[in-house]
Design a binder for this molecule. Structure first.
Ligand code: SAM
Length: 375
């Protein structure tokens, strides 16, 4: 009898299986022949990178290098060199759905390489090497030497191109991996980190306190808030030089391995369906929060075009129609070209760039699209 009762309350299909069914139905159409290999990678163990903490007193880089890791950002021998066998792409000035996309000649970019912050360092094990990192150890001030995260999550932060003296807003910041990455630039004058979920903001605080020295926590340097990010345009407009909008999404990789609190759980169907609208409102708020000439990075960890390109397209349109704000889409191909040996990027996205999981380099998915305010 007990068994029968249990059987009636048990979910017929676990949320992770529902997620896989949904992805099979949607992503095979979207990614075509790439989908089977992306699918295998998504269902396999993910790969981490170790973001080095410049605020720690321990020099962990040499130790990690001795274990076979390399800093994929600054190790220019393996990354930033042009591949002689690769044909350079031609100059494209694309007009897609009325979105001005600047696509400079890749050759020009190789002649004048991207200026990325030299202070962001992230080490990874070589392609195909699935060695796990040990947990980071605290130094004499109890600060941890590195933060483990999907190495592809560093890319939106690098591409945001934080410069000396910038005011930066991280609209959906918890648990804080990308905020920590932005702080590694050591260029930010003021950082506002926000997350609407109180419990996650508590976690964000803990992360920041484990990586930043005590003297860093002043009102002049850092503000931690728990606002609904969609309302930011009403609170603080035209203010920030850089805005990161790393929205809640279907977290594809997580949804395939964890049934608890899974967004594909039947009771969360309504929430899942509302995600694109929430993402759109967050991006619009981020655009309004940026100053003239300011740059906004939209990012997700899903392969879904409805949560990626469609959100950006609508936000660009609504920013112009409803708020009189024009933005241009910034071409990120120089960045993907630079890191093509570490990550697999989706080919031919007409808007933004996307790291797609691959068994030999099992990072992502990470979608990113950078906008610049023109008015
Ligand atoms: N940027 C974070 C990092 O790198 O660690 C990850 C952010 S996670 C993808 C998305 C976050 O958005 C969640 O922590 C969630 O609590 C937050 N969020 C959801 N709705 C929000 C809203 N309306 N305003 C602000 N944050 C929100």
């Amino acid at each position: 009898r007990v068994k029968e009762k249990w059987a009636t309350t048990r979910a017929k299909c676990p949320a992770s299986s529902l997620a896989l069914q949904y992805f099979d139905a949607n992503y095979s159409a979207h990614l075509g022949e790439l989908w089977p290999s992306v699918r295998v990678a998504l269902l396999s163990e993910r790969k981490y990178g170790a973001l080095l903490n410049n605020f720690s007193h321990e020099d962990v880089l040499a130790d990690l290098q001795a274990r076979g890791c390399r800093d994929f950002i600054n190790d220019t021998d393996t990354e930033a060199q042009p591949c002689s066998e690769e044909k350079s792409e031609t100059c494209l000035e694309e007009e897609s759905n009325n979105l001005p996309v600047k696509k400079p000649d890749i050759d020009d970019q190789l002649l004048s390489p991207l200026k990325l912050s030299p202070n962001i360092k992230c080490v990874v094990f070589p392609r195909g090497d699935l060695t796990r990192f040990k947990p980071a150890r605290p130094d004499m001030e109890r600060l941890l030497g590195y933060y483990l995260m999907d190495a592809a999550s560093v890319l939106p932060c690098l591409a945001l191109d934080v410069q000396e003296g910038h005011n930066v807003l991280d609209l959906c910041a918890a648990p804080g991996g990308k905020a920590l990455t932005l702080l590694q630039t050591q260029a930010i004058r003021f950082l506002c980190v926000n997350d609407s979920t109180a419990s996650r903001t508590t976690r964000l605080r803990k992360v920041l306190h484990s990586y930043l020295p005590k003297h860093f926590f002043t009102e002049k340097n850092l503000r931690i808030t728990t606002f609904d990010g969609t309302k930011w345009g009403e609170i603080e407009r035209n203010t920030f030089d850089r805005v990161l909008v790393d929205v809640p999404c279907t977290t594809d990789r997580h949804s395939l391995i964890e049934d608890d609190n899974n967004i594909f759980n039947k009771i969360r169907t309504g929430e899942r369906r509302k995600l694109p609208q929430l993402q759109l409102e967050l991006l619009l708020a981020g655009i309004q929060a940026a100053c003239l000439g300011g740059e906004i990075m939209y990012s997700t960890c899903t392969l879904s075009p409805i949560q990626n390109l469609s959100v950006v397209e609508q936000a660009v349109h609504l920013a112009r129609e409803n708020h009189g704000i024009s933005v241009e889409v910034v071409d990120l191909r120089p960045l993907t070209h630079m890191f093509r040996k570490t990550f697999h990027f989706a080919p031919d996205l007409h808007l933004g760039e996307m790291v797609i999981p691959h068994l030999a380099a099992n990072f992502g998915p990470i979608y990113m699209c950078k906008l610049r305010r023109l008015t």
